[in-house]
Ligand binder design. Structure first.
Ligand SMILES: C[S@@+](CC[C@H](N)C(=O)[O-])C[C@H]1O[C@@H](n2cnc3c(N)ncnc32)[C@H](O)[C@@H]1O
Length: 216
């Protein structure tokens, strides 16, 4: 069997965005990813780390980590007002610890819009939507420039599993290529620490995501 893995998006359309948020309420494996990402943030051993989340969408991991870490501050970056409206609902009573930053990651000046230098940059299920390899490599380069020495990027995103014969949309590619891009960006020893919901036989668009962890 062969097929195509990918999904069309209308990120500025309120009805599409609400439907996406309702369809993708986090499942158990995704919550496992959220906990792994929080685990990396905790390794910073900072009392009050400032965490930038790229492409926050409905704010699911934002809420998850704000519930579990009392002192971190979060900067939620996205380019969709419709998603910000939902993220504000999701984040609810934690909003005092959150800055919402409207920025487009394909505009290379986005780090200049951040409220301050982050200790960590995190993301889930998102950079693949930038549409290809080059914009993701660019995001990695901007993160390397933005993070301080000792900071961390944790990207839990969809990949194309090795050995898959199906065609994948251009933003979903092999872990090895992600690691190459991270090294080219300047990260010395990037790792993938998990491959969740693996499926090389008949993959859906919500399976096969890795957690890529480069320390600065
Ligand atoms: C598939 S959603 C994922 C949302 C969230 N990270 C999650 O896991 O639930 C992708 C998100 O990326 C945002 N996005 C897509 N392209 C973007 C860009 N060029 N700059 C900033 N945000 C972008 C969309 O608005 C949307 O919120």
């Amino acid at each position: 069997m062969t097929g195509f893995v990918g999904a069309p998006h209308e990120f500025h359309d309120a009805a599409f965005v609400r439907g996406w948020a309702d369809r993708f309420v986090p499942t158990e494996p995704r919550l496992q990813l959220f906990d792994m990402i929080l685990g990396e943030v905790r390794k910073l051993e900072k009392t009050a780390p400032h965490v930038v989340e790229l492409e926050t969408g409905p704010g699911y991991i934002a809420r998850h980590i704000l519930d579990r870490h009392d002192t971190l501050t979060l900067e939620a970056l996205d380019f969709s007002q419709a998603f910000f409206d939902i993220a504000r609902e999701t984040i609810g009573d934690h909003s005092g610890r959150v800055v919402f930053t409207n920025a487009d990651l394909t505009d290379q000046s986005w780090p200049g819009k951040l409220s301050r230098q982050p200790d960590a940059v995190i993301s889930t299920w998102a950079p693949h939507d930038l549409g290809g390899r080059e914009p993701i490599a660019d995001v990695y380069a901007r993160c390397f420039e933005t993070l301080p020495k000792g900071g961390v990027l944790v990207n839990g995103d969809f990949i194309k599993p090795d050995g898959a014969s199906w065609e994948f949309e251009p933003g979903r590619f092999e872990i090895g290529i992600h690691l190459d891009f991270l090294r080219q960006a300047g990260f010395a020893d990037p790792k993938s620490i998990v491959h969740l919901e693996p499926n090389t036989v008949d993959p859906t668009a919500a399976q096969n995501y890795a957690c890529l962890v480069p320390w600065r």
